[in-house]
Design a protein around this ligand. Structure first.
Ligand SMILES: [Zn+2]
Length: 347
């Protein structure tokens, strides 16, 4: 059946819970896209020009409807002074936190995204993508990380989890979270000022695999919700990504009001659909391990199954459940994209 919508129209209809011609497809592919450019990963993840080139090269090859633009899961942390190592084979890693004591939060300033590395490079990449292909493909520029994830990196993951567990300084914990929310919100607004169609944050460590649902509600949820509300006032659509199995927080996750929830294959997708129907758009949930080591036929089967469950009543974007590994075979990425066209048509 011929396609009757552009990628942008297709995603727009989906986010509005109207009927698109077919299920749109997104790639969470900054790692394989960078590896395919033939330049070292650290060079690409530090350069807006190279990152944009990598994302455009991948888009020309795969023709997905939505580009997820990011340079990993440490961008905001680095902009706030956290030491980050740029790995040769995967995303940059935060190593040295900036809050040796929670009270150090007093001395941190919300970074200016236009002038602070590496946010400034992602800003540059957004501008290039918008200028070159922004009328053909939906650009979701990631304001990574979300409030809880950023707080964890500012303080260091293990110390942060201990702080949460002990809850000896609740005001300080909320002060760090509120600061992190302001960092992500300001960056998200800047990415949109550069012409991105939507923005998103990763809250990987806020999911039940890492954090109890009680703590999620108490420490992560309200800041995510506040971020959603603030951006909604500016008509900015926000996606939130949480890794792993999110069953225990699905209702809360939906109640953040985020336009898109990115869900992983470990989540019960039938229950996720029941919670999200007519309220929010789900993005995912194809297993990135399958995408790495499965066959194209296995990927196609997984996509068909996900489309059967998640596509009815619209509000669904097919994509990987998490970031694609650096060495994900191109034929499996093709199988993912083609499955949306083959099985995702709305009649
Ligand atoms: Zn993830």
């Amino acid at each position: 059946m011929p396609e009757t919508m552009t990628s942008i129209e297709r995603v727009q209809a989906t986010l509005a819970h109207r009927k698109p011609d077919r299920v749109p497809v997104d790639l969470h592919n900054f790692q394989p896209a960078a590896a395919a450019l033939g330049v070292s990963l650290p060079e690409i993840f530090k350069s807006g020009e190279l990152l944009a080139e990598a994302m455009m090269k991948a888009w020309r090859e795969f023709g997905h409807d939505m580009i997820l633009l990011e340079n990993g899961t440490a961008c905001n942390a680095q902009a706030c002074g956290v030491h980050v190592i740029y790995d040769d084979d995967s995303a940059p890693v935060a190593t040295e936190p900036v809050l040796h004591d929670l009270s150090d939060i007093e001395s941190l300033q919300v970074p200016d995204p236009y002038t602070t590395f590496p946010m400034s490079e992602i800003i540059k990449a957004t501008r290039i993508l918008v200028r070159e292909i922004g009328d053909k493909v939906w650009i979701n520029a990631r304001a990574d990380q979300g409030p809880f994830a950023l707080a964890a990196l500012l303080r260091g993951m293990s110390d942060w989890m201990v702080d949460i567990g002990l809850a000896e300084q609740p005001e300080r914990l909320h002060q760090v979270l509120d600061f992190s929310r302001r960092v992500a919100t300001r960056y998200a607004a800047a990415l949109m000022e550069c012409g991105a169609h939507s923005t998103s944050v990763g809250e990987s460590v806020a999911g039940p695999d890492m954090l109890s649902p009680v703590h999620y509600r108490h420490y992560a949820w309200q800041y995510e919700k506040q971020m959603v509300e603030e951006l909604k006032q500016k008509h900015i659509p926000l996606a939130i990504h949480i890794c792993g199995k999110t069953d225990a927080i699905l209702e809360d996750f939906v109640a953040t009001g985020a336009d898109i929830l990115e869900i992983d294959h470990k989540t019960d997708i039938r229950r996720a659909k029941d919670c999200a129907r007519h309220k929010t758009t789900l993005l995912g949930p194809i297993n990135t391990t399958l995408l790495y080591n499965g066959t194209p036929a296995e990927v196609e089967n997984a996509c068909r199954e996900a489309i059967d469950i998640l596509a009815p009543d619209y509000g669904f974007i097919l994509g990987p459940g998490c970031a694609l590994g650096t060495h994900t075979p191109p034929e499996n990425i093709h199988a993912l994209v083609e499955s949306a066209k083959k099985y995702g048509v709305y009649h």
